[in-house]
Design a protein around this ligand. Structure first.
Ligand SMILES: NC(=O)C1=CN([C@@H]2O[C@H](COP(=O)(O)OP(=O)(O)OC[C@H]3O[C@@H](n4cnc5c(N)ncnc54)[C@H](O)[C@@H]3O)[C@@H](O)[C@H]2O)C=CC1
Ligand SMILES: O=C(CO)COP(=O)(O)O
Length: 340
């Protein structure tokens, strides 16, 4: 769907979340020269005080200098949302409901909602567009997704990266992309909200699988076969959920899977590697201080796929290891029999 409206001349955007990707998005929005006002919400009071004093996030991407005025950074989400034309959601999906506690449909009325989250809301088993639509009446032509192969750590280093901005309203996606392009960020527009969201959710699960395989001793040869099977599994699933004409080799799908599966910065792969080496879920999570979305997503996906019955041996193996406490060695050996 495409609507026609006048782009805002000095848009106000509120970023919700205090982790690595939110910090990277604040940097991108600040480095982009389109006039705008940025507001930043995070739940941690000490981090907000630190930002006010020192202009750096103390816990995530702490080398990045923050150029948002101190009075625009706070823990009061309702008042920051009140200011905004755009609300960019960037907390892990597992904490989205908690972060939005007290926010009503009326608070978000007329605002454009962007999700930079690559996860599913637990219990609801909904991707973010569906969750915001069902719980806050956000229409799909006021909803956008940011995805693509891009690690926050490389944004901090200003390494050239590509992001896909998806919306049912591609004019709106293009307008938002105009606030995101920088010397080191290029944007691609898409109208595939479902495929973009589910693709990002699934690649996290496949990165966990890759990490587990590495942890139990498989090499690069096996990893290549695993990832080639993963992209076919991902395509089967998104085609079942939202069958449109899409090229799964595009950066938002295959590119994102590859960066997560192979990069040293990947949280999901790191988490999987620890599980493969014998860590428990809790000890791996504690050691990381970062969130591996794929851990929560594989449980939700397991429930969602009961409706679609897509053949997903890689997701099934990760689910069995993480939620049924099956042996990573035996489960990967079993999975290997299904790969081609
Ligand atoms: N880090 C990256 O390079 C990218 C991350 N994303 C997505 O961005 C979203 C946020 O991830 P990151 O910024 O990487 O997170 P992170 O792992 O850097 O930071 C964790 C975040 O979770 C919050 N958190 C931890 N425990 C919590 C709790 N009990 N209650 C509420 N909040 C809690 C922390 O305050 C922090 O904001 C995820 O959906 C991720 O998939 C998307 C693209 C790139
Ligand atoms: O989505 C991401 C990069 O595109 C971040 O997730 P990982 O850290 O698990 O790779």
């Amino acid at each position: 769907m495409t609507t026609h409206y006048s782009p805002l001349t000095h848009p106000k955007i509120t970023v919700v979340g205090g982790g690595s990707w939110a910090t990277a998005n604040i940097k991108i929005l600040s480095d982009n020269t389109t006039p705008k006002e940025i507001f930043w919400w995070m739940r941690n009071v000490q981090a907000v005080e630190h930002l006010h004093k020192f202009r750096h996030n103390p816990h995530y991407l702490s080398s990045v200098e923050i150029n948002v005025p101190a009075q625009n950074i706070s823990t009061d989400l309702a008042s920051l949302i009140h200011e905004a034309d755009y609300v960019l959601l960037n907390v892990p999906a597992a904490f989205l409901k908690e972060a939005l506690t007290g926010i009503t449909t009326a608070d978000l009325e007329g605002k454009k909602i962007i999700s930079a989250i690559k996860g599913i809301v637990p219990d609801e088993n909904l991707i973010i567009g569906e969750f915001m639509h069902q719980h806050y009446d956000i229409p799909y032509d006021r909803f956008l997704v940011i995805s693509g192969p891009c690690h926050a750590e490389e944004v901090a280093l200003e390494k050239l990266s590509y992001l896909t901005i998806a919306s049912a309203d591609t004019e709106l996606a293009a307008e938002f992309a105009g606030m995101f392009n920088t010397r080191y960020i290029k944007t691609v527009i898409s109208d595939d909200i479902y495929g973009t969201e589910y693709g990002a959710v699934l690649k996290n699960i496949y990165a966990i699988a890759g990490g587990i395989c590495h942890g139990v001793g498989y090499g690069d040869n096996f990893q290549a076969v695993l990832i080639s099977n993963a992209i076919r599994e991902l395509e089967r699933f998104v085609d079942a959920v939202h069958p449109i004409d899409r090229d799964i080799k595009e950066s938002a799908y295959l590119g994102d899977l590859m960066v997560t599966a192979y990069s040293q910065f990947s949280r999901n792969r790191t988490f999987g590697n620890m599980i493969g080496k014998g860590y428990t879920v809790t000890s791996a999570q504690l050691e990381m201080n970062m969130i591996a979305e794929g851990y929560y997503a594989v449980n939700c996906l397991h429930q969602v796929n009961k409706q679609y019955n897509v053949f997903m041996p890689i997701c099934d193996a990760v689910y069995a290891i993480l939620y049924e406490k099956r042996s990573p060695v035996l489960e990967m050996k079993h999975l290997a029999e299904h790969l081609t």
